[in-house]
Design a protein around this ligand. Structure first.
Ligand code: HEM
Length: 128
């Protein structure tokens, strides 16, 4: 049965939610990221829980409430520079450490996020 578990099943909802809450507490303190995020990250974290649940093969919670993710388009109003992509990934890496994620599950999740983060870049570092 372990063979057909999704990454979402393997991680578990509780760990995923804890990871995301930890991640946004780091984003809120990061000098390159905090300025482009809302002060109150409650709603952002709620949407990210929905999104990452479906990204990891769990139920399509994000799409049910918000429609097709169109993630790159939804980031266009926000200047996502290479520096901010690195900062986002470093907050995620630290949140993964703090949430006790290890092994191949962590490595595969992080690798996918790395690629998605590169895809979100929409502004050069010099362009701001
Ligand atoms: C929304 C920044 C990468 C998923 C946002 C928002 C910002 C942002 C400023 C708007 C927050 C709000 O108004 O609530 C960034 C930056 C990234 C990045 C700087 C660096 C590369 C990613 C990645 C993912 C992601 C890799 C998914 C794997 C989302 C989702 C939302 C969001 C699901 C909510 C969209 C909605 O409004 O429905 N991001 N993001 N972001 N981001 Fe990112």
């Amino acid at each position: 049965i372990e063979d057909n578990m999704t990454p979402f099943d393997r991680l578990g909802e509780k760990t995923l939610h804890n990871l995301i809450d930890t991640f946004y507490s780091l984003v809120a303190q990061h000098p390159d990221l905090a300025p482009i995020f809302p002060k109150d990250l409650t709603e952002t974290a709620r949407k990210q829980k929905q999104f990452l649940t479906q990204y990891l093969g769990g139920p399509p919670l994000y799409t049910e409430e918000h429609g097709h993710p169109m993630l790159r388009a939804r980031h266009m109003p926000h200047p996502v520079t290479p520096t901010r992509a690195r900062a986002w990934l470093s907050c995620m890496n630290e949140a993964m450490d703090k949430s006790g994620l290890t092994g191949p599950l962590r490595d595969e999740f992080y690798s996918r996020l790395y690629l998605t983060a590169q895809h979100m870049i929409n502004t050069p570092d010099s362009g701001e």
